[in-house]
Write a protein that binds this ligand. Structure first.
Ligand code: MOS
Length: 760
């Protein structure tokens, strides 16, 4: 086709405007692969000569292995080898944990598995059995008999609290603060509440338990693993196994849920790679649910004191929030429990402090909104209780104390729409139908209650690299090693790319989940989408510029002399007032198979912006939860009967996937309020309920329809106006349940979970 013909065709095409995809409820692109069973997860990759590994877990909390008898296990037919600290080659020790050094990012950081005889928690892997079948491996693992010398261990969180020491929290999420004199202001306040909350340990229960398939080919390593951070995993393995990063390929196209647990490698990953190295065979290690509880850290247990002082008209004069959390003696982080209280309410006097105890348990780790998920339970329950004491409506009390600048730092908010969120939510939920008296609403045997709470979580972006390729057939390929855990990450990037390049969604393909691709931000900190989008936008701009340059050089080009700012990418090509050309025609005429452009975060500029943001701006996603509960007046059975959330998460790329993320967070918040708790034997440090039959999480019958609304207004400081939404759903959710129960029954429950015995 000549350029003239191409121009004519292109002009006809302009009559039908290209659909814009950002904001549309597009179904997940990977959905069909998952629902038809074609998606292969980490434990579903087969290799010739594949062998299977199983772990042996310690049964003491602290001590030394004085002997380990593997004779019987080795005697089982089909056992390939049994690795213990006596015969396993040593891995290099892990570095000290640092946010800046991905290779160090392993929790239980000082544990060098199978390199010493030391035992640091009940459940620590002390041996690995490799066998021809998974059943044989598990059976033989049960026959390995370690003998221990036990040392005194501290495993009871409640008993250890008096020994807690102050902690500054983790970098960027400080938590502690001291403004004015909160202690004096609290003592002088005409109205106050002073409450002690407690929350139990929680464990991650992703639908896909942790699994690794590891294959060495000489000094080249391939790892299939569900990961939230493939570049971090690769860097860590390179360090532990003494090979360059380039020698390792991590493949993680499908992740069956992560929730923070798959941010870093844990024992199973390392030991699968080690076993593969020792045996020279591909190894699959799929942890049982119990194995996940033993080797992957959960959320800390906590106690919190929240004391609020107010004038009689409801203005806060003092906020005191202090917390105690726990780490493991061999790693973990003090969770930023008081962080959320930094930003919520205007008060002249604010004191926030965090303490931490070290226990002889597996280290804690990231779990959806670490710190904030439980910290928001404390502060949002206390605000509700203050409303009862003042005789004020709890929404009204929040609005009276809504700050116009960050309450501690004094920075302006880049976005703050909590007034709008509560106003819209109250109207949609029917808040005006709530009788303000406790235990006053009844429906047959059910006591009915309504509660609210604020959701709040900081928003950030991280570095990411993206390459975009335009192919001769007009398709657009986005290459970025991003992570898909079910939240729709590649789908929303495809929407962005389609809009930027002006092509149909079907013409975009995203390649992700592979460490050979340009390095993505990790899927944590609610930051992956904004981080990748920032680089995708820049890469698309570069790509269009290159394509325009090609187009301008063509004979009779309608784009001759046209600048990038004057063209519109749409209908599969570049257009301006005087006409345009399709990508297929530009590439054909220019004799090109493809045109590619790459963008990588400019680190000095990124660091400068991040520092500026931290110092001069307060930026968060926020929202308002509305919960209705029904409590059986005789049995105390608690049912959540209605839920509505209004969220300010900046621009909503895809309401379908966004709502699903937020609903997931709310469901988890309901589970946290009513069901979830990891029970630890205070004598032995053993988790006694490491299974879904005894660690309760909500099932469909526990969850009503969850109504999600958005304010959908772009944040001026984030790429495309996106504020992260991965974690905010859970913040405040447990408090909304507790506050609704308070309204239904008149009972304030301070320790989670709120089981029926606590409301009777
Ligand atoms: Mo999240 S706890 O940052 O995966």
């Amino acid at each position: 086709m000549s350029i003239k013909e191409a121009v004519t065709e292109a002009q006809t095409a302009t009559a039908t405007a290209t659909t814009r995809y950002v904001g549309q409820s597009v179904a997940r692109l990977d959905g069909p692969a998952k629902t038809t069973g074609q998606a292969r997860f980490a434990a579903e990759h087969s290799y010739p000569d594949l062998a299977y590994a199983a772990l042996v877990y310690s049964t003491i909390a602290r001590g030394r292995i004085i002997a380990i008898d593997t004779t019987e296990a080795r005697g089982v037919q089909g056992v390939v080898t049994v690795l213990t600290h006596q015969n396993a080659p040593a891995m290099s020790p892990p570095g000290k944990m640092s946010l800046l050094r991905p290779s160090s990012m392993a929790v239980s950081a000082s544990v060098n598995y199978l390199a010493t005889d030391e035992v640091h928690w009940n459940g620590q892997p002390v041996a690995v059995v490799v066998a021809e079948t998974p059943e044989t491996a598990r059976y033989a693992a049960s026959l390995v008999r370690p003998a221990y010398e036990q040392f005194p261990a501290v495993v009871d969180f409640a008993a250890a609290i008096p020994d807690a020491v102050p902690d500054k929290g983790i970098p960027l999420l400080a938590g502690p603060a001291d403004k004015g004199n909160a202690v004096a202001a609290l003592a002088a306040a005409p109205v106050s509440v002073d409450l002690e909350f407690s929350t139990p340990q929680h464990n991650h229960n992703a639908i896909e338990p942790h699994a690794t398939t590891a294959v060495w080919n000489g000094d080249q390593l391939t790892v299939h693993e569900g990961s939230q951070h493939i570049s971090g995993l690769r860097a860590h393995l390179a360090k532990r196994f003494g090979v360059p990063e380039e020698a390792i390929r991590v493949l993680s196209p499908f992740v069956g849920g992560g929730f923070g647990a798959k941010t870093r490698p844990w024992a199973g990953t390392l030991l699968a790679v080690l076993a593969a190295r020792v045996t020279g065979r591909p190894i699959r290690l799929a942890l049982s649910r119990e194995g996940v509880y033993h080797t992957v850290g959960g959320r800390t247990a906590s106690t919190q004191r929240v004391a609020l002082g107010a004038s009689r008209d409801g203005r806060l004069t003092a906020i005191v929030h202090s917390s105690v959390s726990r780490t493991g003696r061999v790693g973990g982080m003090a969770e930023p429990i008081t962080e959320v209280t930094q930003h919520l309410y205007a008060a002249p006097n604010i004191q926030l402090s965090q303490r931490v105890v070290q226990l002889d348990l597996l280290s804690n780790t990231f779990m959806r909104a670490p710190g904030e998920a439980i910290g928001s339970f404390g502060v949002e329950s206390a605000m509700d209780e203050l409303a009862w004491k003042l005789g004020r409506d709890p929404i009204e009390l929040r609005m009276i104390n809504e700050p116009d600048r960050d309450p501690v730092g004094g920075q302006p908010f880049t976005h703050r729409m909590l007034r709008e969120a509560f106003t819209l939510g109250a109207e949609r939920f029917g808040w005006q139908d709530r009788d303000p008296r406790a235990a006053s609403m009844r429906d047959g045997r059910w006591l009915v209650g309504m509660g609210v709470a604020t959701a709040y979580r900081g928003s950030m972006a991280m570095p990411a690299a993206v390459t975009v390729r335009l192919q001769a057939d007009g398709t657009v390929v986005v290459l970025c090693g991003l992570h898909e855990m079910g939240m729709g990450a590649p789908t929303v990037q495809a929407q962005v790319a389609a809009d930027q390049m002006g092509v149909r969604l079907e013409a975009v393909r995203i390649e992700y989940g592979d460490s050979e691709l340009p390095r993505s931000a990790g899927a944590f900190g609610s930051a992956q989408t904004a981080s990748v989008t920032a680089s995708l936008l820049a890469a698309c701009t570069k790509l269009k510029k290159s394509v325009l340059t090609l187009a301008r050089r063509l004979p009779d080009s309608p784009l001759k002399g046209v600048k990038l700012g004057e063209v519109d990418a749409r209908d599969g090509g570049l257009y301006h007032q005087g006409g345009g050309l399709r990508y297929t025609d530009i590439l054909a005429a220019a004799g090109r198979d493809q045109v590619e452009a790459a963008h990588k975060t400019n680190m000095p500029a990124f660091v400068a912006k991040t520092v500026r943001d931290l110092r001069f701006r307060s930026r968060s996603a926020s929202g308002a939860h509305f919960c209705e509960v029904r409590v059986d007046a005789d049995t105390g059975e608690i049912r959540v009967s209605r839920w509505l959330g209004v969220f300010d998460v900046g621009t909503v790329l895809n309401a379908r996937t966004a709502s699903s993320q937020l609903r997931g967070g709310i469901i988890w918040g309901i589970g946290m309020a009513l069901e979830e708790q990891t029970l630890i034997d205070p004598r032995t440090g053993r988790i006694v309920n490491p299974s879904l039959s005894e660690y309760h999480i909500p099932v469909h019958a526990d969850i009503p329809h969850i109504d999600v609304h958005y304010l959908n207004e772009a944040d001026p400081t984030m790429p495309l106006g996106l504020l992260g939404l991965g974690e905010i759903g859970i913040t405040g959710a447990a408090a909304a349940v507790a506050n609704a129960i308070r309204h239904a029954t008149g009972k304030r429950v301070l320790d989670l979970p709120i089981t029926l015995d606590k409301v009777l």
